[in-house]
Design a protein around this ligand. Structure first.
Ligand code: ADP
Length: 305
């Protein structure tokens, strides 16, 4: 059973159908990249998970308990980082975490130890100044500390890296990686390189449903397109290969750049053996013969087109 399960979720705003039967299953201990173009419905989904928005139909369960609109019971298992976290600018981080801990009902000593642990985790241990003077990245890091205060089973972050520079993004991604194992993490984003860097699972929301879901490695296998990168010793061999009659076929796309040739087989009955046979008949041993892995970007483009 997943820590978060969404079944047949529908939501429209007026005539605008945003979610059209969304099914999503988040297994425990994963880092789950929830990807979609701007306006795909990621925030809408998160608000429904948090009980802040009413779905038209469908169900959401967190740790096996059904989420009900307007109730916060299931949120005791969830830590949430909104895309733009709001703070009291006149407080320092410790004061802010103390306030959050008190609202959550943690004991004084627990608040103290958790705050120290978390400020260390997010690199704000020595930031004693007022939050009002914090950079966007520092606020985001403090937001993660706050979201983790209550040791949630599920941490949900809405576009945590979108507005940050590369250094700020790396800091957030490193913190999420460090939190992995202790909590399951779902984070929404449209930055695919962030997903590639830390996620083990991906879900692509498109046209109100998941267009792609599962582990990144499974999906890469599934979306392997029989693409091959071949590097020849010299341009003459590459040219000879490029002009071979056997490769003049509508299901074979070939492109050459100097001594490097890329071959894409679009007929699922063909595979690498076919190319190796051609090379063998030509008595050419290439310097390099590599099966090309699809990238997250190529998979994303394929499913959202
Ligand atoms: P994402 O987070 O993927 O960028 P959102 O969930 O914020 O997407 O929005 C999905 C769509 O729903 C957008 O077209 C947005 O304009 C629309 N939308 C979101 N909230 C409301 C609302 N309260 N009223 C009307 N339309 C909304």
């Amino acid at each position: 059973m997943g820590i978060l399960e969404i079944k047949q979720l529908y939501k429209c705003f007026g005539h605008h159908k945003v979610l059209k039967g969304l099914d999503m299953d988040v297994p425990e201990h994963s880092i789950f990249g929830f990807v979609g173009k701007n306006g795909a419905g990621k925030t809408t989904t998160m608000k429904i998970i948090l009980g802040l928005l009413k779905a038209d139909s469908g169900s959401v369960t967190v740790c096996g308990e059904e989420v009900r609109y307007g109730e916060t019971k299931t949120n005791r298992n969830i830590g949430f980082l909104p895309d733009v976290p709001e703070f009291y600018g006149y407080m320092n981080p410790l004061e802010y975490l103390k306030l959050c801990g008190e609202i959550t009902g943690l004991t004084k000593s627990r608040i103290k130890t958790r705050s120290e642990e978390l400020l260390e985790l997010v690199g704000l241990k020595d930031a004693n100044k007022k939050i009002g003077g914090f950079s966007r990245g520092m606020k985001q890091r403090l937001g993660i500390a706050q979201a983790l205060l209550n040791e949630p089973k599920l941490l949900i972050c809405d576009e945590p890296t979108s507005a940050l520079d590369p250094i700020g993004r790396k800091e957030i991604l490193d913190i999420l990686l460090a939190a992995k194992g202790k909590t399951t993490i779902v984070f929404s984003t449209h930055i695919l390189s962030d997903v590639e860097r830390i996620c083990d699972r991906i879900a692509v929301l498109h046209d109100g449903k998941l267009a792609l879901c599962g582990t990144i490695s499974e999906n890469k296998k599934r979306h392997r397109h029989n693409g091959f990168a071949i590097e020849f010793e010299n341009e003459k061999d590459a040219l000879l290969f490029e002009n071979t009659e056997e490769l003049k076929h509508p299901s074979i796309n070939l492109s050459r750049d100097g001594n490097a040739v890329t071959v894409l087989l679009t007929d699922s009955n063909m595979d690498g053996h076919f190319i190796l046979d051609v090379l063998s008949q030509m008595r050419i041993v290439p310097l390099r013969f590599e099966v090309m892995e699809p990238t997250l970007e190529s998979m994303f483009m394929e499913v959202v087109q």
